[in-house]
Write a protein that binds this ligand. Structure first.
Ligand code: NYM
Ligand code: MG
Length: 218
């Protein structure tokens, strides 16, 4: 008998500041899982393909202006509209890898000056990631990468403020959900070096998880 058949898929989230290499690593992990015969799905946040996602995209490209609270709630709504599909996939044994999640939502909005508790609330009870990998890179390296500065928030001062908020988010995750739920990863080095580092951290949770899907902040 196959012990993994009774397990649900793991929910793994990648977080970090802009241009730290998240999207590259998310794709590499999904490919590697599939190569090893596991079912995996990539979920990007913001998901710019939905109606809400298109409003977010216009805001990020500075084609639209929006009240800070309103855009915060749209980012959260964009997660809620994807939540049922994430749960369904996890329950059918698929590993779901998210490129950003609620933690970016809190860190970026709080960095703009919105109250931390306000930022935290709308995502309450979303599917809880089994593991969040927080990729870190020195700001001078990220800033030199092509495309840095293209979108809203991609300024040195905003990145620095967001970095401070991510540290507070990490405290919330570990105090409410446990130390095992948040792991910081050094994202410097070659793509392959970082991918191997991440593979080592993902380890056996990619074989599936026993137990129910948790609820964020609950
Ligand atoms: N961002 C992302 C937020 O401000 N709130 C959120 O809830 C999420 C998911 O959007 N600078 C910010 C972080 C990024 C920007 O993300 C776009 P990406 O990964 O470049 O598409
Ligand atoms: Mg971006």
């Amino acid at each position: 008998s196959d012990p993994s058949s009774s397990r649900r898929g793991a929910f793994i989230v990648f977080e970090g500041l802009d241009r730290c290499g998240k999207s590259t690593q998310v794709s590499k992990l999904v490919e590697r899982l599939e190569r090893e015969g596991r079912k995996a799905r990539l979920q990007k946040f913001p998901d710019r393909t939905t109606a809400i996602g298109k409003m977010i995209d216009a805001y990020l490209q500075s084609k639209a202006e929006m009240d800070d609270h309103a855009i915060h709630l749209l980012f959260s709504a964009n997660r809620w509209e994807c939540a049922a599909a994430i749960k369904k996939d996890l329950e059918s044994g698929i590993t779901v890898i998210a490129d950003r999640y609620a933690f970016s939502g809190i860190a970026f909005s709080a960095a703009k000056g919105l109250p931390f508790d306000f930022c935290l609330q709308p995502d309450t009870s979303l599917p809880l990631p089994d593991l969040t990998l927080y990729l870190t890179l020195p700001q001078e390296v990220a800033s030199q990468r092509s495309q840095f500065g293209e979108e809203r928030y991609e300024t040195i001062s905003m990145q620095q403020a967001t970095r401070e908020q991510f540290a507070l988010v990490a405290q919330q995750v570990t105090s409410r959900h446990g130390e095992s739920k948040w792991t910081q990863v050094d994202a410097s080095g070659t793509i392959e070096q970082v991918a191997d580092r991440i593979w080592g951290l993902v380890g056996e949770i990619a074989d599936g998880i026993e137990g129910d899907i948790g609820r964020l902040w609950v």
